[in-house]
Design a protein around this ligand. Structure first.
Ligand SMILES: [Zn+2]
Length: 407
């Protein structure tokens, strides 16, 4: 019964994604609104449509593959077999859970590897976006695995220990530990983790720096930490982001953004990022994520007391890792709902940050920056509204232009 529900959820989610993608491909070719139609030449529009189509086809095949593997794994008790394999080698329950999760991560990484390579070195390269070399890919993988093993493994070990020793209240204690860790990463992640993967250096003095300082002074924002990151090491796509809070607040501009945009356009992007800070977007979204994880841990704590969560997967005895796995599959519909809420809130915040940039700086460079960033990455300028609701953290280009030009 429970196993049927799990298969239905996995397949249902796959069908939903395929339908959204299908709808989105349907609108990719439709004539553009006159306010943005001039942004692409015919040739560029065709390239943009072809790029979207290729990514969507690729997404379909990769999702089909992982869904088939998942359905087999559920139907034939592969998770229980992996559990037995690990148990035949280790005694300690915490070690068993850690080894099970580590092995499962390694297996899914290998299964996903061909798709990852194809996406970076075939699709992204074909449209001229990829800058990543194979050696960067390998060093990223090694560093990523180390970071995930140290932090992920460490946190998991603490959660497992709490589960064994606290029983009923383990979920509150685990949530507290995880929240403390998230807060630490929220404040210092850009300082501690990002430099492992990228070079960050303070923006040199010059025209751009003095324009930025002038703007920041006018807003009473102390620049403190403003970095240029070598995004060009991996992709030609331009970007910028804000992170941290209080004294740890940091703005990161990609070198690709500086290369492609004029000084005024870059200041407009920076004004947008400062807008996120002034409107407390990063902080409120972080706090909301803690509320969400509180609810998720509460549910997990409650459902872990049902041995059926493990036995449904074919195991003889209940275990933390098998029950948690079932829990996260059961949770998919709810997490999709949370995704819709989070995305919609994020799009709302993007509008507010754009408006902030318009009110405190200028409309024209903000608009030009948005246009350049979108067209330069061959963005789909006519996505389907349902696809946007499920997948977009930023409003569409047309919506953002409408918003900043509204007086
Ligand atoms: Zn933003």
């Amino acid at each position: 019964m429970l196993i049927t529900a799990l298969v239905v959820i996995v397949v249902g989610f796959y069908i939903l994604e395929a339908v959204l993608d299908y709808l989105n491909q349907g609108t990719a070719n439709k004539p553009l609104d006159p306010r943005i139609a001039h942004l692409y030449s015919d040739g560029e529009r065709n390239r943009s449509v072809a790029y979207s189509a290729e990514k969507s086809r690729f997404g379909f095949w990769s999702a089909s593959f992982s869904t088939v593997v998942m359905v087999f794994a559920l139907s034939y008790g592969w998770f229980a077999k992996l559990d037995e394999f690990v148990r035949s080698r280790f005694e300690n329950e915490i070690v068993v859970s850690l080894a099970f999760i580590a092995l499962l991560s390694v297996i899914s990484w290998w299964l996903n590897l061909p798709f990852q390579l194809y996406s970076i070195f075939k699709i992204e390269a074909k449209y001229g976006f990829n800058k990543m070399t194979l050696s960067t890919f390998i060093s990223d993988t090694i560093k990523g695995t180390l970071v995930a093993s140290i932090f992920g493994g460490g946190l998991l070990a603490v959660v497992l220990w709490l589960y064994q020793n606290l029983e009923d209240n383990f979920w509150i204690a685990s949530w507290l530990v995880l929240s403390a860790f998230s807060l630490f990463m929220f404040m210092f992640g850009t300082t501690l983790i990002l430099p492992l993967f990228n070079k960050l250096k303070p923006l040199d003095s010059g025209e751009l720096r003095s324009e930025i300082e002038k703007y920041c002074d006018s807003q009473g924002y102390s620049i403190g930490r403003l970095f240029v990151m070598d995004g060009s090491k991996r992709s030609t796509k331009a970007n910028a982001f804000f992170s941290g809070l209080g004294r740890s607040k940091t703005i990161v501009l990609f070198d690709t953004l500086i290369e492609k945009l004029t000084t005024k356009e870059i200041v407009a992007v920076l004004a947008h990022e400062i807008g996120h800070y002034k409107k407390r977007h990063t902080l409120s979204m972080f706090l909301f994520s803690l509320v969400q994880s509180f609810a998720i841990f509460g549910l997990l704590g409650w459902l872990l007391s049902y041995p059926e969560l493990s036995t449904a997967l074919g195991a003889q005895e209940p275990s933390f890792h098998l029950s948690a796995l079932t829990f996260f599959i059961l949770f998919t519909p709810l997490s999709m709902l949370l995704g819709l809420i989070n995305n919609s809130w994020s799009r709302h915040n993007e509008f507010e940050a754009d408006t902030f940039a318009r009110e405190t700086y200028e409309v024209a460079p903000m608009r030009a920056a948005l246009e350049k960033i979108s067209t330069d990455s061959l963005a789909n300028l006519s996505p389907h509204p349902l696809y946007v609701a499920f997948n977009y953290t930023h409003p569409t280009l047309l919506q953002r232009i409408e918003n900043i030009e509204r007086q």
